[in-house]
Design a protein around this ligand. Sequence first.
Ligand SMILES: *Cc1c(COP(=O)(O)O)cnc(C)c1O
Length: 375
Amino acid sequence: MKKIQMVDLQGQYQQIKETVNTSIQEVLNSSSYINGPLVHEFQADLEKYLDVKHVIPCANGTDALQIAMMGLGLEQGDEVITADFTFAATVEVIGLLKLTPVLVDVEPDTFNIDINALKKAITPKTKAIVPVHLFGQCANLEAVLEIAKEHNLFVIEDNAQAIGADYTFKDGTKKKAGTIGNVGTTSFFPSKNLGCYGDGGAIFTNDDELAHILRGIVNHGMYTRYYHDVVGVNSRLDSIQAGVLKAKLPFLDTYCDARRTAAKYYSNAFAENTNIITPKISDFSTHVFHQYTLQITNGKRDELHKHLLEKGIPNAIYYPVALHAQKAYKDIRYKESDFPVTNELIKTVISLPMHTELDTEQLEFITKTILNFVN
Ligand SMILES: *Cc1c(COP(=O)(O)O)cnc(C)c1O
């Protein structure tokens, strides 16, 4: 059996080596390392794939979130609501910009922002909601949009984990994750579903005016060369990374399918076990399984984590600490009783190896090892 890895970037690279190498060589031949033609080509390809008017490439997914919030004109003291159960980047940029993060609980079965908790958290100072499409499926966007409309709030989709997922509205309309709110952001970190070979990120919007503002912000606030109209940042996707991404984008749907196939194998294997809850797939979103995350309900999650490592099966706890409990993001207004679901999830979740190169032999070994231990 091939060695099991949490993410098999080398295995995936070997499958597409020639295409990627050609793309990188093209950049080396041109010496156009920053803002080269491949950056623009990838941007156009991604706009087409997502069916969105504007993709603004930037340096990473954290910058993408920060720049989106700057572009929307959010100001000190504005409250931004997001999920308590997510990667810290989401809340970090809110804090950095001196906005006020307001963390709310998530749903027990999808791990995405809880709509009732969201409603309760709205105050006259609320300016934006950041639904995170955690682990690869969309939050309940139609409900989020409704609340946003009612209270005149911006919606910023943190789509770092769900690129390629499809959201279906009640009327049957389908849109790509990240293109539905006022603005969407993503990360091309190597282990993300569309990963480059370094850092990268992008912002998506259908709003022409916002796109113009964002393009200036990523480039030192310049709209005319050497005229700085606003305080901006320096955040670029470099040409080599764009080359890698342009080469990989045509495979994204195949990669999503490969992840779904592995997820299906896992979920079928665990279906009958009463100590394991498998991930729920919402009616309104496809799941692209950035992570495949189980809940272990018999109190043995930590033991399972260790046992699997001993058996050569990598696994991870995403996330072991709720954001509201992190030193950096504590707020006297939070009560533990505000976060019953997150507080439970941090004790029960475990993410299994998930990538495009898992084979049946590996999946069989992983599932059998888990079932033998948990039963
Ligand atoms: C990875 C990730 C980010 C940050 O992306 P970077 O490119 O690492 O800055 C933001 N939000 C979520 C939900 C992520 O998973």
